[in-house]
Design a protein around this ligand. Structure first.
Ligand code: BES
Ligand code: ZN
Ligand code: ZN
Length: 500
């Protein structure tokens, strides 16, 4: 789909459908909706009076114009109540409208900047949100389907009434495209099955991304991991027939090193069977997605390069399968991580923290600070927060606050979780420096404390996206499947650090 910008009155635009909107309970149509309503001899007003159009959030009504306007159809989409109207609704509204129009087989559509007039939002922000909502909402993972694809919307025009806002609107559109395409790249990686996306294949894709976006890419193999003493990562990998890879992507936007050198670390378990602590079937069938954190940091790197942000960022993805092969980790085994710390293995299914431990050590060795890790780490976090919020843990309140804000702007919700030191007791081991599980109670917090052992005092945030990385059905701009959770938050965080 091609998205462009034009100035003028949407009622004069020729298209298969134009999209206008309405707040719930706001009385008669105003702005562009009123102009369109007048051209339709008050049809929208009459449907409002008949309570067929209410403005309820995500309500989509398609009306034929029968020649009364240059466009063949008018789509009225509900924005919900005006109080509590937020930018994220713009993403959802355009996604719902476009999905309905695409199902009707339409190809050329145009939309007003919903919420920019009466809603009080900035046209640049609205344009960005429209681009994001459109590209994210129409995303489909259909490369393995041999069915003939349905026709797709070819063109979306964002119509600004006031030509003076064309420049900010174009800026918002460009940024929105980058943000959405990065999110969709992460979704592709998450949705890709584990028999195709092995650690080796992922490393090849990282090299291709680096080529395309001008990043440096380095891939450490098993032997190099050995030399660096990455016993925790190697321990997880040893049960699999697929060799592990540590993928490193570097972006240099600040040659003089004046800004912080942001380090992004993403859990990259391309399939989590649980290992010898084997998962039951219901818990295993989504585990090709246990690399969503790694996908998020890799996708964010591409966007950061495209946006040419003035800071240095390095992404590290420890990529491996977690399998119960003949050489697999056994319960009671003790591993030595790159930092020298020892870990008693009491569940081979708590593998994410093991691969992250060595990746975080490596990040510190590279001198990166602050650090952000993203991981589908614990079922406990999913139980605690459900599918909407992801958990944010850390050792630096300023960084946590910055991240939460970056998330809200992205339409991705993070909730700060407690890291009281008393929880540390739960992962004490009798025979090693720590054990890799702390029991069911507080499982997301003990996992975060485990990771904290490997960052020392480097400012760090850990994002547990286990509950929020998948959409179980089509939900506004998140179609069923991998969401690409945290991609846009990481990009916004990088923008925020670069702006300082
Ligand atoms: N990959 C899982 C966590 C997960 C669960 C992600 C559900 C997405 C959806 C992780 O490796 C795991 O198995 N964690 C265990 C830890 C436990 C053994 C301490 C869990 O959460 O049960
Ligand atoms: Zn696991
Ligand atoms: Zn896992």
């Amino acid at each position: 789909m091609e998205i462009n910008v034009q100035a003028g009155d949407i009622s004069g635009v020729r298209a298969d459908a134009i999209i206008v909107s309405l707040f719930e309970g706001a009385g008669p149509p105003s702005g562009a909706t009123k102009v369109v309503d007048d051209a339709l001899d008050g049809l929208i007003t009459r449907l409002i009076q008949a309570r067929e159009i209410t403005g309820e959030l995500y309500q989509v009504t398609v009306l034929h114009t029968f020649g009364r306007l240059p466009a063949d159809r008018v789509t009225v989409v509900g924005l919900g109540k005006q109080e509590g109207f937020v930018l994220d609704r713009v993403r959802g509204v355009i996604a719902e409208a476009l999905r309905a129009l695409q199902k009707m087989g339409l190809q050329r559509v145009a939309s007003v900047l919903h919420g920019a007039g009466q809603g009080g939002l900035h046209p640049e922000a609205v344009a960005q949100a429209l681009a994001e909502g459109a590209l994210l909402g129409l995303y489909a993972f259909d490369k393995y389907s041999t069915k003939k694809p349905e026709p797709q919307i070819q063109e979306l025009s964002l119509v600004a009434f006031d030509p003076a806002v064309l420049e900010p609107v174009s800026r918002g559109l460009s940024r929105g495209k980058v943000m959405a395409q990065a999110t969709n790249l992460a979704r592709d990686l998450i949705n890709e099955p584990a028999n195709y996306l092995t650690p080796s294949e992922w490393a090849r894709q990282a090299e291709r991304l680096a080529q395309a976006d001008g990043l440096e890419c380095q891939v450490l193999d098993q032997e190099q991991m050995h030399e660096m003493g990455m016993g925790a990562l190697l321990g997880v990998a040893q049960g699999s027939a697929q060799p592990p890879k540590l993928i490193v992507l570097r972006y240099r936007g600040d040659e003089r090193g004046r800004k912080p050198a942001l380090g992004l670390v993403g859990k990259g378990i391309t399939f989590d069977s649980g290992g010898l602590s084997l998962k039951p079937r219901e818990a295993m069938d989504a585990m090709k997605g246990d690399m969503a954190g790694g996908a998020a940091v890799m996708a964010a790197m591409g966007a950061i390069a495209q946006l040419q942000l003035p800071l240095n960022v390095t992404a590290i993805v420890p990529a491996t399968e977690n399998m119960p092969g003949g050489r697999a980790l056994k319960l009671g085994d003790i591993l030595r991580a790159m930092s020298g710390k020892t870990i008693e293995i009491l569940s081979t299914d708590a593998e994410g923290r093991l691969v992250l431990a060595d990746a975080l050590c490596y990040a510190r060795k590279l001198g990166l600070s602050p650090l952000v890790d993203v991981a589908t780490l614990t079922g406990a976090c999913s139980i605690a927060l459900g599918p909407v919020y992801a958990g944010a843990f850390g050792n630096n309140q300023e960084l946590i606050d910055r991240l939460l804000k970056a998330g809200e702007e992205a339409g991705e919700h993070f909730w700060a979780m407690p890291m009281h030191p008393d929880y540390k007791e739960l992962i004490k081991s009798d025979v090693a420096d720590m054990k890799n599980v702390g029991g069911r109670a507080g499982g997301a917090i003990t996992a975060a404390h485990f990771l904290a052992n490997f960052v020392d005092d480097t400012p760090w945030v850990h994002l547990d996206i286990a509950g929020s990385s998948f959409s179980d059905k089509d939900k506004t701009y998140n179609p069923k499947g991998g969401r690409g959770m945290a991609v846009r938050t990481l990009i916004n965080l990088a923008r925020s650090l670069a702006d300082d």
